[in-house]
Design a protein. Structure first.
Length: 295
């Protein structure tokens, strides 16, 4: 009995550690994306191709280093991989377009609404219960996100916010798809697919996008996107390992939202996004309170 309790404790600790690593690595992503995309010569299509393409290469290197590169997946998962393309390709394009229009702190605050779709999806497809406590947590998350756009006693809704909200729907439901795939497929090899399939789809649909990757040929931009891809690859791998060991999408998904405080603070410090600071900080705290209620 004692041995069994220790095993359960170790399993719980393992997913918590993986998730913590993921949160800290991915929390810096919004700053780097905003830094690259705020230039008028930037392109959401080129950002998707370069960022995800580099991420896929890094994932392949990691799989080779682990001696477990295997790109063959069970035929029963073919529809899940098709769904991945359908969900992730527009999700990245919408979010990167939003980075051209609004600040990183606002992006991360409204992206947290994707966790609500985690809960809804977990209820619809995984039959995980939604309790009054979860509903209250969801309301707090929404209120926290909205507070960041509350200026001069008015709530302002612009194109950038709408694009983030739409991308969050796609990302939120793809998390459920991730969960299904990761029950039967290695996390490192899946990471390769999750990066490269949207790239191949975008190149197939919009081959002219390849011309725009010249934007990243400058040394400083190349270093930024390489660092961005490295942090995201390791962060997403840690997240997938958390899903595999924790086996609870409705908890792990919302917990990822705690990264919003880190991102908001970093955006204030390094990107000089100092408008509406009080509302951003209070909004992030309210959102995190909502996340806690989802546990």
């Amino acid at each position: 009995m004692v041995k069994r309790r220790n095993q359960v404790y170790n399993n719980n600790m393992s997913w918590q550690i993986y998730l913590t690593i993921s949160i800290f690595l991915i929390s810096c992503n919004s700053l780097l994306h905003r830094s690259l995309l705020k230039d008028e010569n930037s392109s959401p299509q080129a950002q998707t191709i370069v960022f995800l393409g580099l991420g896929g290469i890094i994932a392949i290197v990691i799989a080779l280093a682990q001696h477990k590169l295997n790109l063959f997946f069970p035929p029963l998962l073919i529809w899940n991989f098709i769904l991945l393309i359908i969900l992730l390709t527009p999700a990245f394009l919408l979010k990167y377009r939003a980075f051209q229009l609004i600040g990183a702190s606002e992006i991360v605050m409204f992206s947290v609404t994707g966790r609500l779709w985690n809960v809804i999806g977990a209820n619809l497809f995984l039959h995980e219960a939604i309790t009054p406590k979860i509903v209250l947590g969801a309301i707090l998350i929404l209120c926290g996100a909205m507070l960041t756009r509350f200026e001069k006693k008015n709530f302002t809704l612009n194109k950038g916010v709408i694009l983030v909200l739409l991308s969050s729907v796609f990302f939120g439901f793809n998390d459920i798809n991730d969960y299904f795939i990761l029950q039967k497929f290695d996390s490192t090899n899946y990471l390769i697919y999750s990066y490269l399939l949207p790239v191949f789809a975008l190149i197939f649909l919009q081959p002219q996008s390849l011309k725009k990757i010249r934007y990243y040929f400058r040394k400083d931009r190349a270093l930024k996107v390489l660092l961005l891809s490295l942090c995201d690859t390791l962060g997403m791998l840690s997240l997938y390992l958390a899903y595999q060991t924790g086996k609870n999408v409705a908890v792990i998904g919302p917990l990822r939202s705690t990264s919003i405080i880190i991102t908001v603070v970093l955006a204030i410090l390094f990107l000089k996004e100092r408008n509406n600071i009080a509302n951003k900080l209070i909004g992030s705290l309210v959102a995190v309170a909502g996340v806690i209620l989802l546990l």
